[in-house]
Design a protein around this ligand. Structure first.
Ligand SMILES: Nc1nc2c(ncn2[C@@H]2O[C@H](COP(=O)(O)OP(=O)(O)OP(=O)(O)O)[C@@H](O)[C@H]2O)c(=O)[nH]1
Ligand SMILES: [Mg+2]
Ligand SMILES: [Zn+2]
Length: 307
């Protein structure tokens, strides 16, 4: 008997442009649907990485999201109504991979910011020090390891012929990765390298400061065997989500703060502050408290700006 009822099939959102949503199924089958024909009113907005059911050329259902990753809109594109509003980047992510290029300006506060902004539920955050062939890469790697011993940090270089093996060992199994980082850090280049084919457009960085030219302009989910899916994203203009929690980047301080006399202690000059006591006793590096206070200040400035 011929089956006349079309069964709903499961796809993943691979990319979205102004008119079309491009889908991909587990067998690599692709399907492009007109956005205008989708029931976005009932489904909510779709984002790259979403898992959806499709029947008769229509998305009929969006599966509940494992998590969502959003970033703050670039200041340039921020209209009055969008102030401080987040832009959804991707959903259903297992690993958030932050790219930090060894040939660009580096500060630890940048890493603190990334960790505070992009630690999301049900995903692990790891740092990739890209362009590991650049002279500063070892120093940057060591600094990040020392400041964030809780994080997985991997040096990557497209001149490393064992990179695919090392990447597979660092992130075993099939996962969905989102690459996040400044423009020109080599996100698209890394994706092409892992895929062993040019899927994404890349571009040289500016001479002088090696900053990127914002080559990638939209997020895209790419199936790359045997690793799973990699999501390429546009380079950052502003490194943070609208609401970021400085505490997240400082697990040692969170732990100590449980012993502070006041539960809302900011570890500045409050009496009975266990964090400052730990610094005085030599149990906590004063540089860590400084970094924490810097990030707190930035978060406060930011909140004021967007209110
Ligand atoms: N030396 C060296 N250069 C690299 C490496 N990875 C990437 N690059 C170079 O860095 C430049 C920028 O790479 P892209 O992949 O376009 O950077 P991106 O992060 O995708 O940038 P946006 O799309 O603008 O966000 C290119 O010229 C790459 O060849 C690496 O491991 N070593
Ligand atoms: Mg790119
Ligand atoms: Zn305190």
């Amino acid at each position: 008997m011929v089956n006349t009822i079309s069964k709903a099939e499961q796809f993943r959102v691979a990319s979205i442009d102004s008119k079309t949503v491009n889908l991909l199924d587990e067998n690599g089958r692709r399907l492009s649907l007109a956005l205008a024909k989708q029931l976005t009113k009932t489904l909510g907005r779709l984002v790259v990485g979403d898992i959806v059911l499709v029947a008769d050329g229509q998305v009929t259902q969006r599966q509940p999201r494992q998590n969502e990753l959003s970033k703050q809109r670039g200041t340039t594109s921020k209209s009055f109504h969008q102030k401080g509003k987040d832009q959804l980047v991707a959903a259903n992510i297992d690993f958030v991979l932050i790219t930090i290029a060894a040939d660009q300006r580096f500060t630890l506060s940048m890493v603190d910011r990334y960790v505070a902004s992009f630690s999301i539920p049900n995903a692990r955050l790891a740092i990739l020090v890209t362009k590991a062939d650049a002279p500063e890469s070892q120093r940057i790697y060591d600094q990040i390891r020392a400041a964030h011993p809780e994080l997985q940090v991997l040096r990557t270089s497209i001149y490393d012929q064992h990179l695919r093996t090392r990447f597979g060992r660092a992130f075993p199994g099939q996962n969905t990765f989102t690459l996040l980082g400044a423009s020109g850090t080599g996100k698209s280049t890394l994706i092409n390298y892992l895929a062993q084919t040019d899927l994404q457009t890349t571009n040289q960085t500016r001479t002088g400061d090696n900053r990127g030219k914002h080559t990638t302009t939209a997020s895209a989910l790419l199936p790359i065997a045997p690793f799973g899916y990699l999501i390429d994203t546009p380079g950052f203009k502003v490194i943070k989500s609208a609401d970021f929690d400085p505490d997240v980047a400082f697990p040692a301080i969170i732990e100590l703060a449980k012993q502070c006399q006041f539960s809302d202690c900011r570890h500045l000059s409050e009496p009975g502050c266990a964090v400052r006591q730990a610094v005085d006793a030599g149990a906590l590096d004063p540089a860590v408290l400084l970094r924490y206070q810097n990030l707190m200040r930035e978060a406060q400035l930011d909140q004021r700006r967007h209110r």
